[in-house]
Write a protein that binds this ligand. Structure first.
Ligand code: R5P
Length: 282
């Protein structure tokens, strides 16, 4: 049975269809003090697959509750974190800080037999779980919604995303890859990128990243890119978090299309990672 977190209902429905598995209807009671409690009236069976993008503090608590009821009602519990919140805090950046990704992994790992997570920022976060945890790669799926491209160039906004850009290029079947040099001022949050060496003039360019959060990285890359006169600019990412005004920043920077997957369910989530998750579960 698939047990969906409230932020992962579309993905859970697609996964249930892929696996031909029942999809639970999760009920939620809310209390006056702001606390809540989930309920799955017909819970029971061999395997529960809890699918929950931990996009908020509420989503984290909901996941723990779903795992807890699943532990009691099923023989096995698998947890799918389509998007793992706090995964980017994967080390203590200053003395006296927690490793938030480890803290989350310890809590989530205690309620499950196995974890699957899609394109974590660093696959190494899987080592923080006390149960087997596996990173899944959905990047090749990002080639699906791209239009026909002329002499395409797949660009990463920083060096860390070059493999993702290469994955999308390989799945698309043609094109070059390159990356920008990025620096971020951690006091102001401002991002600046240096142009790549690759000639973008007159070409269809696809910018690829693992996540678009505030949109600062991508907006900065788009602005740089326009200076070299590309024919078109397409933006794609695995996790379209698009916090606050990120969507407007990208629109104002000038994009011809924007796509992401349903690891974070947004209007631009035109690609489902359900087939990738289903493969790992079969
Ligand atoms: C950083 O290395 C990541 O790959 C992303 O580029 C970054 O997290 C995106 O964040 P934002 O949208 O806030 O610039």
């Amino acid at each position: 049975m698939i047990l969906p977190g409230s932020a992962s209902q579309s993905l859970s429905a697609s996964l249930a269809a892929e696996l031909d598995a029942p999809l639970a209807t999760v009920e939620t009671d809310r209390f006056a003090d702001g606390e809540f409690k989930v309920r799955v009236p017909d819970a029971g069976g061999d395997r529960a697959v809890v699918v929950a993008a931990t996009v908020s503090a509420r989503a984290h608590v909901e996941l723990l509750q779903l795992q807890d009821l699943a532990r009691e009602a099923f023989d096995e519990v698998v947890t799918v974190l389509p998007y793992m919140g706090y995964a980017r805090q994967d080390r203590a950046f200053r003395e006296g800080e927690p490793v938030s990704a480890r803290a989350v992994a310890r809590a989530v790992g205690s309620g499950t037999d196995r974890v699957l997570t899609v394109n974590p920022h660093e696959p190494g976060v899987c080592e923080f779980f006390d149960v087997p945890a596996e990173p899944l790669d959905a990047a090749p799926r990002l080639a699906d919604p791209l239009p026909d491209l002329s002499d395409p160039l797949f660009l990463a906004p920083d060096e860390g995303a070059i493999e993702l850009a290469a994955s999308v290029r390989d799945a698309y079947g043609a094109g070059d890859t390159d990356y920008f040099e990025k620096t971020r001022d951690y006091d102001t949050g401002e991002v600046s990128v240096e142009p790549s060496d690759a000639a973008a003039a007159g070409r269809d360019v696809v910018l690829v990243d693992d996540i678009i959060a505030t949109g600062s990285t991508m907006a900065s890359a788009i602005e740089q890119l326009h200076a070299s006169g590309p024919a078109s600019v397409h933006v794609t990412c695995v996790h379209p978090m698009l916090a606050d005004n990120a969507r407007s920043k990208l629109a104002n920077a000038g994009v011809d299309s924007l796509h992401g997957t349903d690891t974070v369910e947004r209007p631009v989530s035109s690609v489902s990672v359900a087939p990738v998750v289903a493969d790992a579960l079969e």
